[in-house]
Design a binder for this molecule. Structure first.
Ligand code: FNR
Length: 376
């Protein structure tokens, strides 16, 4: 037993443990501009910080004297049963973090049957990712107004490759005001273009050092901005696919109600990890408001600021049906590739089980029994 415990201990010690430790290793391994692109928020990072301070203001009021000898975290979502309430948020250009990029992430997700949401601006193709992982996969779409056919074609490819849902990101109609990225040339704003009405600047592109860098920047510039996106486009997208449509980036309860009206299948309450509109409400506070009006009409997913199992339990207790992990897994990828992402996911699940057990909840489905209180 001692030998086994020692081995387990050594295995655990081989990996960073806290979010900060993962981030420190990731920072060491990534190129400076890449690390900055991942870690920073928009503007003065008011919202990025607020996501954390608000989560800390919410406290769990636990229940006692329940048998928690097994804790069941299985989750039903869109008619599928998943082993845990977690998904991985779409994060673009993962080769910035690790040479295997999204391939490694998708493989790690498969191990835990956690849905991986592949970004439109991923560094591996829809089909490449599907080939290496038959685990659950969703596809995130940045709408192209200039060329909707490109968007429809992406949806079609995702459908054909076995992706289970389309996540349309609605909070990125133009690039966020990210000053670090502007300095590093990682933002269209560094070219002086403030809205989606820009063209890729050939002089700027030629100034980039290598081909990979060029293609990465070109991807961002071409795809993320789409200021003309409206509810009508959502209706059009819905017509083109039988896959469920999830809107990512909803913060206002009226928009949540419109999502129901337009027949979408779910929403992700998110402020993009504080990377888009700075000064907006903390994602967890928006969740509490939206939950009240939606009241189980459609599933509500949640991200932004989640750093550990306790944060996820808070979101689930407030009303999220599932929680998406963002930066923590990207740091896992940068630090240790596929194994790093696996470790991050595993620890999220374990800590969630412990948290629920200590809070007296044996089945995630009964989380409503918890009390939740927010300090002013
Ligand atoms: C993102 N996010 C994002 N969202 C999206 O819909 N499409 C994308 O391509 C990206 N790309 C992306 C890159 C990087 C480096 C980051 C950090 C984030 C937003 C992401 O899906 C998620 O909403 C946030 O990461 C959640 O916040 P936390 O958990 O990172 O604080």
């Amino acid at each position: 037993r001692d030998k086994l415990m020692k081995e387990i201990g050594e295995n655990e010690m081989a990996f960073p443990l806290t979010f900060k430790e993962w981030e420190d290793v990731a920072k060491e391994k990534m190129i400076t501009g890449g690390y900055q692109y991942v870690s920073k928020g928009a503007g003065s990072e008011e919202t990025a910080k607020r996501n954390r301070t608000a989560l800390e203001k919410w406290s769990i009021i636990p229940r006692m004297l329940n048998d928690v000898s097994t804790v069941d975290v299985t989750t039903e979502l869109l008619g599928n049963k998943y082993a845990s309430p977690f998904l991985l948020s779409p994060i673009g250009m993962q080769k910035l973090a690790h040479t295997n990029g999204e391939i490694a992430t998708a493989q790690a997700c498969k191990k835990f049957m956690v849905p991986f949401i592949l970004s439109t601006v991923s560094s591996c193709s829809i089909e490449e990712v599907a080939e290496v992982s038959n685990g659950p996969k969703w596809f995130q779409l940045y709408w192209s107004h200039e060329n909707p056919e490109v968007s429809y074609s992406m949806i079609h490819r995702a459908e054909k490759a076995g992706y289970e849902a389309i996540v349309v990101t609605v909070d990125t109609v133009m690039a966020g005001w990210r000053e670090g990225d502007m300095k590093a040339g990682f933002s269209p704003l560094s070219l002086g273009y403030g809205s989606g009405n820009y063209k890729t600047d050939p002089v700027f592109m030629a100034s980039l050092k290598d081909k990979e860098e060029q293609s990465i920047i070109e991807e961002i510039l071409t795809h993320i901005q789409h200021p003309q996106l409206t509810w009508d486009a959502i209706a059009e997208i819905k017509k083109r696919t039988t896959l469920p449509i999830i809107l990512k980036g909803i913060l206002h309860k009226e928009d949540a109600l419109l999502a129901v009206k337009y027949g979408v299948d779910g929403i992700i309450v998110s402020n993009h990890g504080g990377r888009q509109l700075d000064g907006v409400i903390a994602s967890i506070d928006a969740l509490a408001e939206i939950k009240e009006v939606i009241d189980k009409q459609i599933p509500i997913l949640f991200d932004s600021g989640v750093r550990r199992g306790v944060d996820a339990v808070k979101a689930l207790a407030i009303g999220a049906d599932a929680v998406c992990i963002g930066r923590p897994y990207l740091y896992g990828l940068a630090a240790h590739g596929k194994v790093g992402v696996e470790k991050v996911i595993e620890r999220f699940i374990q800590e969630t089980e412990v948290t629920l057990g200590l809070a007296g909840i044996a089945r995630l489905a009964e989380i409503e029994r918890l009390g939740m209180k927010r300090e002013k």
